[in-house]
Write a protein that binds this ligand. Sequence first.
Ligand SMILES: Nc1ncnc2c1ncn2[C@@H]1O[C@H](COP(=O)(O)OP(=O)(O)OP(=O)(O)O)[C@@H](O)[C@H]1O
Ligand SMILES: [Mg+2]
Length: 225
Amino acid sequence: MNKCFFLTGTDTNVGKTVTSCLLLQAASKLGYKTAGYKPISSGNEQSTVSLKNLDAKLLKINSNIKLNYYDINPISFMQKTSPHIASQLSEKIIDWQIMSSGLNKLKQLANWIIVEGIGGWYTPICNKQTLADWVIQQQLPVILVVGIKLGCINHAILTLEAIEKSGLLLSGWIANEIISPDQYKKYYLQILQQKISAPLLGIIPYLPNCKSYIINNFIDLNKLL
Ligand SMILES: Nc1ncnc2c1ncn2[C@@H]1O[C@H](COP(=O)(O)OP(=O)(O)OP(=O)(O)O)[C@@H](O)[C@H]1O
Ligand SMILES: [Mg+2]
């Protein structure tokens, strides 16, 4: 059976890419044909032929089917800013058709796909629409990464409400201990578990100098809705 999830986070820099890589590794261990997808990226390096994004490169390494860079990241911007701003500055429209056909291609090749968002749930992709609008069009179930740090309870509740409003299924969430643990971490986790009814798929500990391609068992895919 085909599985395809949209992975969002409580903010930018909360561990969406690290978590996506771990999810791909866990699915690969279960025997799925896996692919990561980053429809839009920003803040990219110019390589000899095109712009290349670090997230997309990590997703490519962690996909177990052979893919080209463009298959994983069809839309990329050099500017390290919100995609709609990068889109305006570079005079390049973010085309839903490209995003959707890229995903459809992956669905033909893989049976377990993680689509990594950009920024948070309501990241604008043009003046009127956010990436969430595309996710709703695609009807993708959602996985939420909460970066465990001060402020995460508020960010998590706001994101949960927005996902609920979209009508999409929240298939599970992951707690990522993005900063070195402090004395309040356990309270954040307790409250989040009370507030989020979707299954907690795993807790990723603080891993200084973490290499997202290291295989580990932080995530339990059997709990996914
Ligand atoms: N559990 C962790 N322990 C230590 N460092 C982490 C952990 N998770 C992520 N990081 C580090 O935090 C940084 C941000 O992580 P990551 O790139 O996965 O976030 P992101 O949400 O995908 O960011 P973006 O919004 O730019 O896509 C990276 O340098 C990553 O290696
Ligand atoms: Mg990322």
